[in-house]
Ligand binder design. Structure first.
Ligand SMILES: [Zn+2]
Length: 635
């Protein structure tokens, strides 16, 4: 973001990288580790954990209103068993997953624990049929070097992925169990990252190293980055679920902005002399005022027998409309709290009224009913069934009080555009309980030996190799080193390097794909498709001139095979003889012009020839042939 001096605001970022592992089976059962669209059985559950297990006051309160929720689970026959359904205890933890964790630990110089103990982490959203997630620490400490700076690694853990949420319909939430139990590695760094771009670089480096083990799942949704972001005077915000590397800097920028704006709101409230006890406001029922309202939402609620409650926020005039990040105002934050704590879908506040069918007369009447002062206080209106509306008012008061203290501790979810929304308050640390169903696993010689075999080289060591082994010029080698598909590029140079020059393979990624980025979504092109393109080059089916157009097509047709695409686009290469025939025909058809203009007809003939041959043979060869054939024609 232009204008933010990250050093000056004291930005600190820590990363938590979650990557699905491509093990032969899941973490605690023999099911495979892929998603499934096959037929499924279905069963329903309600929330299981008892209040004492949940522990914290906040979470217990939350649990209260979530009690009515029902969770529907789809259990695909080929990707889940009794373990996912919690009908059978977990089997012994997958040793292959532990080995991958140990390999990363060796690469980071971390201390590997002697014995692995599985722990339970409480999960209250139904995404685990057990009500908790199983997780195990494999190693502690270590470091990774990124652009000359040492980034400390705090922990390396192996855990089970959660069930896949398909739909939320009121109190019924539908999950699919194929993803539940897929092993994840979780790598967390110390909070020493000082700029948004540095965070991206660290995530890239760790992501590359994971891929270099050859043991991770690929594609959208298989890697998720969580960010812990704080600034001086703010609070550590945990942002969950950033799926794209390129989004990381933006998410951090927006979070810094949000915290700065919240601190401004705090300072403004202090300046206005607002104290916490001023906010001990009672909800007032104002249904009467809306008996003839034009607001469709309120009309509907009243017809159902619901109620309209309003509350005064003394001294908050103008602050609810303040933008914290693009498209999200302080009022939006309050609405998210309300939704979380009460299930009420929305609120109306005075910084956006009159609107939504609520008239200025109605607004004035509510101000009067609350004994609120325009230009000084804010009012918030909630229309719902009475009990829920009352809880919503409590959530509003709670969030307004927190504004006096600045930035609340919370967990937020990343959205597609880099903004974030409130998910839940940040839990304390004491949420882990030992898993009693599985015995501890000894990290033995066998695990360590296997780990040594797949231990990734740090990307910084790769530069030398890229330049010397594959003969890449430095600039190109650096480009490859900064590419998340480093392992794929290296593998392709290894497998096809005798037929396609490594320089060409590297430049497909570093130059061609990057160049196409503004035009099409190159992330859509799968590793298999990219390999297919290189194979077509290796087999002489396409010329290097065809690569760009082919990639563009594949980005727009993620299911197409490169071979079929090359055929459809007419990109299959032609031999010199075939090209000569095509040029001869063009010369014959234009013989009059050639006789008239002589060699000056070259441009015209070249243009017509290229229209037929572009991408199918080197343009230099076409020029040679054209010159030759015109000379022949002129005798
Ligand atoms: Zn299973």
């Amino acid at each position: 973001m232009a204008g933010i001096d990250y050093k000056a605001v004291g930005l600190k970022v820590g990363l938590e990288i979650h990557q699905q592992l491509a093990t032969r089976h899941k973490l605690f059962c023999p099911c495979p580790t892929g998603l499934s669209e096959k037929e499924h059985d279905e069963f329903e559950r309600s929330l299981r954990p008892t209040r004492s297990e949940v522990g914290e006051v906040d979470v217990a309160a939350l649990f209260e209103w979530r009690k009515g929720r029902r969770y529907l689970y789809e259990a695909p026959v080929d990707a889940s068993c009794l373990v996912e359904a919690d009908e059978e205890p977990p089997h012994e933890m997958n040793r292959e997953a532990i080995t991958i964790g140990a390999a990363m630990a060796l690469a980071f110089g971390s201390h590997i624990v002697d014995e692995i103990h599985v722990m339970r982490k409480i999960v209250i959203d139904g995404s685990n049929t057990t009500g908790f997630q199983r997780t195990a620490i494999v190693a502690l400490g270590g470091k990774v070097e990124v652009d000359g700076k040492e980034i400390p690694i705090e922990t390396i853990a192996i855990e089970e992925d959660a069930a896949r949420k398909l739909k939320e319909e009121g109190l019924r939430i539908r999950y699919r169990l194929d993803r539940l139990g897929i092993p994840l590695i979780e790598i967390s760094t110390g909070p020493v990252i000082e700029t948004p771009e540095e965070a991206r670089q660290v995530a890239l480096t760790i992501g590359q190293m994971l891929r270099l083990t050859g043991k991770v799942r690929r594609g959208i949704g298989t890697i998720r980055q969580d960010l812990n972001v704080s600034i001086r005077g703010g609070a550590i915000t945990e942002i969950k679920g950033v799926q794209r590397l390129d989004l990381i800097p933006k998410v951090i920028e927006y979070e810094v902005l949000r915290q700065l704006r919240l601190l401004e709101i705090r300072d403004e409230l202090h300046k206005r002399g607002v104290r916490e006890e001023d906010l001990d406001q009672e909800a007032v029922e104002v249904s009467q005022i809306f008996s003839n309202t034009k607001s469709k939402i309120i009309k509907r609620v009243l017809k159902r027998g619901g109620t309209v409650l309003a509350v005064k926020l003394p001294g908050f005039h103008g602050l609810l409309g303040k933008e914290l990040m693009p498209g999200r105002r302080f009022g939006t934050e309050i609405a998210d709290y309300v939704r979380f704590w009460s299930g009420v879908g929305g609120i109306f506040h005075s910084d956006e009224l009159p609107a939504y069918g609520i008239s200025s007369g109605e607004v004035d009447a509510v101000f009067e009913a609350l004994d609120a002062e325009k230009g000084r206080d804010a009012i918030v209106i909630v229309a719902e069934e009475r009990e829920k509306a009352q809880k919503a008012i409590e959530a509003i008061i709670g969030r307004a009080k927190a504004a006096l203290r600045g930035v609340p501790r919370e967990t937020r979810g990343a959205l597609e555009d880099g903004t974030t929304r409130f998910l839940r308050p940040r839990p304390g640390s004491a949420r882990m309980y030992p898993e009693t169903d599985t015995p501890p696993i000894l990290v033995d010689e066998e695990i360590l030996r296997e780990a040594e075999k797949i231990k990734p080289e740090p990307p910084s060591l790769k530069l030398e190799k890229l330049m010397h082994k594959y003969g890449l010029p430095r600039e190109l080698a650096v480009g490859v080193l900064r590419d998340l598909r480093l392992d794929l590029i290296e593998g392709l140079m290894e497998r096809y390097g005798d037929k396609v020059s490594p320089k060409l393979i590297a430049s497909i990624f570093v130059v061609t794909l990057r160049g196409l980025r503004g035009e099409v979504n190159v992330e859509n092109i799968s590793d298999t498709q990219l390999e297919g393109v290189v194979r077509l080059l290796a087999d002489g089916i396409i010329a290097k001139e065809a690569v760009e157009e082919l990639l563009k097509y594949l980005a727009e047709h993620p299911d197409a095979s490169p071979e079929r695409a090359a055929e459809e686009l007419g990109l299959k290469s032609v031999s010199r003889e075939e090209a000569e025939k095509i040029v001869e025909e063009i010369v014959k058809a234009n013989i009059e012009v050639i006789r008239e203009r002589g060699m000056r007809a070259m441009g015209l003939i070249m243009g017509r020839a290229m229209a037929k041959l572009r991408g199918r043979i080197d343009g230099k060869i076409v020029a040679e042939i054209v010159k030759e054939k015109i000379r022949e024609a002129l005798g």
